[in-house]
Write a protein that binds this ligand. Structure first.
Ligand SMILES: [Zn+2]
Length: 292
């Protein structure tokens, strides 16, 4: 075989493996494994990402969803311990390393419905486990953060704006705010999702190996993260496979992903209402007692 022919064959092999490793080139797999609504939600989000049409968490189209507070109670994940749903370990200081939880007193709190959905999600993880290379009972949910006070929200947002400004001195302040709003919800003229108790940041944990299941870099408060968007390119096939596992289990129980962050899910807030075509959101900001 000529050298040219060999080069051509290598080119075909490499380009076809790149195509397989791309969200852009393929519809979501495993359509028959999840309810129709869950599949179409994920596929619509993937398409919106590919077309650059994903709404950010504080875009006008999201903020225009009316909120009718249901008054639903918040629950504390720490008081409902199960091996399958637990907080990540406590950090020494708030916003410590990405392998620990967010570290605020309210981080373990969520609306009751969010907790019920996490319980249902454990069953979905078990159902889907064999398809994704795991056994029933092997995969657990570890929580980074649920509820976040408006004070903490403001600090996290301001930190992100400062980080972006430092990395991009050429950006105007407005551009930095716009860019930061992709990753962290602003407090001004907005109801941040985490302040409602309806949003939760989670990772999947392998109880057999005692490690987090690899889905690419977690978090956006420890520097820039090009792999934060759920459908970002440049992931390994395994990371993509694991993200698909997480997305399918969550979507099956009505948890809506924020596709700028693969770990962020919500229900009943404006962002979830937008994607599920609900007329209204049912959770506004939770007013926390001054001392928890
Ligand atoms: Zn989040």
């Amino acid at each position: 075989m000529s050298h040219l022919k060999i080069l051509f064959l290598i080119f075909i092999m490499v380009s076809s493996s790149i195509a397989q490793a791309s969200w852009e080139a393929n519809r979501m797999p495993y359509q028959t494994l999840v309810p129709e609504g869950a599949y179409s939600l994920l596929e619509n989000q993937r398409q919106a990402f590919v077309e650059g049409k994903l709404p950010k968490i504080a875009d006008a189209v999201i903020k225009s969803v009316p909120i009718e507070e249901s008054g639903e109670k918040i629950v504390d994940i720490r008081t409902l311990p199960t091996p399958r749903i637990a907080m990540m370990p406590d950090p020494k200081t708030p916003s410590g390393p990405p392998d620990c939880n967010a570290g605020s007193p309210e981080s373990s709190m969520v609306r009751g419905t969010v907790y019920k959905k996490l319980e249902a999600m454990v069953d979905e993880l078990d159902k889907l486990a064999p398809t994704f290379g795991f056994q029933k009972g092997q995969v657990a949910i570890r929580v980074y953060e649920g509820l976040r006070s408006l004070e903490t929200q403001r600090e996290v947002f301001d930190d992100k704006v400062r980080e972006i400004q430092a990395a991009h001195p050429e950006f105007t302040h407005e551009t930095c705010i716009e860019e930061a709003s992709k990753w962290v919800s602003p407090v001004k003229n907005n109801v941040p999702a985490h302040s409602t108790g309806a949003a939760i940041d989670i990772r999947l944990y392998d109880l057999h190996t005692n490690t987090y299941i690899d889905m690419g870099k977690f978090g956006v408060i420890w520097g820039e993260n090009p792999h934060a968007p759920t459908f970002s390119e440049g992931l390994t096939p395994e990371q993509r496979h694991h993200r698909t596992f997480l997305l399918m289990a969550a979507a099956s129980v009505g948890l809506v992903n924020y596709p700028f962050e693969w770990w962020h899910f919500s229900t009943g807030d404006r962002y979830a209402a937008y994607w599920l075509k609900h007329q209204k959101a049912v959770y506004g900001s939770v007013v926390l007692p001054s001392k928890l």
